[in-house]
Design a protein around this ligand. Structure first.
Ligand SMILES: *Cc1c(COP(=O)(O)O)cnc(C)c1O
Length: 401
């Protein structure tokens, strides 16, 4: 089928939940993808922060092939080895003692909210049900996760949402203090707000939130669905801030492209869940887990890739700053950690994204649309960055603000 026809029929058959860019992708290798006309693109969005190791990384492909031939699915009424292998790696390399596997980010957050509620209920009785979340946060599209997402535009039309949610400005410790009541159950935050505009908090913000949680006996949930699994140059972003959360949620990068989500927590909290309190048919699926094991093994080998991500980040940000000097009226700010980088423009970034795609560079927007979002695979090389920078430079020259 031709590109035009694929697009036309897709628009007719798929529910209209996306406004897609008019390209049809067919193949990927490393940092690059190709469309059905064999046009090549440099992928600096990477499935929205999913393809940590790039497209079709060899070790992941082999692990999936091997597992798919052996056993594709069994239920959680039985045990399977890939699930245990993945749990071991996550626990060895994190604050956590226990893991629950699911299939997506929003599902991980749903589970984290349920876990918090049941843990606090067991401990204190019925009253501790409120969640505190931040404006501009993004936690997913299902009702619980949507309810704690601090962006009105995503709520519109779906009310009534979950009750007992309070929103505070991100990076404002006093706002959190004022929002706490004797009903507060947990605070849910992204260490760095990704979808909401790549907002990096002050160095000591999360530390202070942790202190408040300890003092008040409140749980701290960190949504690391986008920031986790090496995206920021550490396995988990909380490592940058010297805090230990009570619960962490993961998804995006975890499976190397195969759908999987996870909830990580401490023994005492995990034990609030018992058989029949929470479950998932596909959660911990052997193929997804084998893929995640291969992804994490590659990522953690000698810690090389995490350090490399930080080096590429410094190089990328330096180059972006040189572009900023060339276009001082168009670029307002460059921010981010590791390879989660936002470039805030003085106008909507939509035209820039479109033109970048035409020129063979895939990027996205974040926040109110004025922020260009760069989440390339961690394996990018300096040449890739140079190429992306030269496309961006050319596009910025063309667009009129
Ligand atoms: C993408 C994302 C989610 C939702 O994940 P899905 O897999 O799309 O459900 C939740 N939280 C954060 C921080 C995300 O970036």
């Amino acid at each position: 089928m031709e590109e035009k026809e694929i697009i036309k029929i897709s628009e007719k058959l798929l529910m209209p939940t996306y406004s897609r860019y008019p390209i049809v992708l067919r193949k990927g290798r490393g940092v690059r993808v190709w469309d059905v006309n064999d046009k090549e693109y440099l992928d600096f969005l990477a499935g929205i922060a999913v393809n940590i190791l790039g497209h079709c990384p060899r070790k992941v492909v082999l692990a999936v092939q091997k597992q798919v031939q052996r056993l594709i699915h069994v239920s959680n009424l039985y045990y399977n080895e890939p699930q245990l292998n993945l749990a071991k790696i996550l626990i060895k390399n994190s604050f956590a003692d226990r893991v629950f596997f699911c299939n997506s980010g929003t599902e991980a957050n749903e589970g984290a909210l349920k876990l918090s509620r049941i843990y606090m209920k067991n401990k204190f009785g019925n009253d501790r049900y409120e969640f505190i979340s931040a404006y501009n946060s993004f936690h997913g599209r299902t009702f619980g996760s949507l309810s704690v997402t601090g962006q009105k535009k995503y709520h519109h039309g779906f009310e009534p949402l979950l009750e007992g949610i309070k929103f505070v400005p991100f990076n404002d410790i006093h706002a959190i203090e004022s929002a706490i009541t004797d009903k507060t159950c947990a605070i849910i935050l992204e260490p760095i707000q990704a979808e909401g505009g790549v907002n990096v908090p002050d160095k000591n913000y999360l530390r202070k939130v942790r202190d408040i949680c300890d003092k008040e006996g409140i749980l701290l949930i960190l949504d690391e669905i986008q920031t986790g699994i090496g995206r920021t140059g550490k396995l988990f972003a909380y490592e940058h801030f010297g805090v230990e959360p009570d619960i962490v949620t993961l998804a995006k990068g975890l499976g190397g492209g195969i759908p999987i989500g996870a909830i990580l927590t401490k023994e005492e909290i995990a034990n609030a869940f018992a058989p029949k309190t929470h479950a998932s048919t596909f959660g911990g699926n052997p193929v997804a887990c084998a893929s995640a094991v291969a992804t994490l093994e590659t990522l953690l080998e000698d810690g090389y890739l995490l350090d490399y991500c930080q080096r590429m980040s410094r190089y990328f940000i330096k180059k972006l700053n040189s572009i900023k000097e060339k276009h001082p009226k168009k670029i307002r700010e460059i921010r981010g950690i590791g390879l989660l980088i936002g470039v805030e423009l003085n106008f909507s970034g939509e035209e820039v994204v479109k033109k970048c795609i035409e020129n063979g560079l895939l990027i996205g927007t974040a926040g109110d649309g004025t922020v260009l979002r760069f989440t390339p695979p961690l394996i990018i090389e300096k040449d890739d960055i140079d190429e992306a920078i030269s496309i961006l430079d050319r596009v910025l020259k063309e667009v009129v603000d």
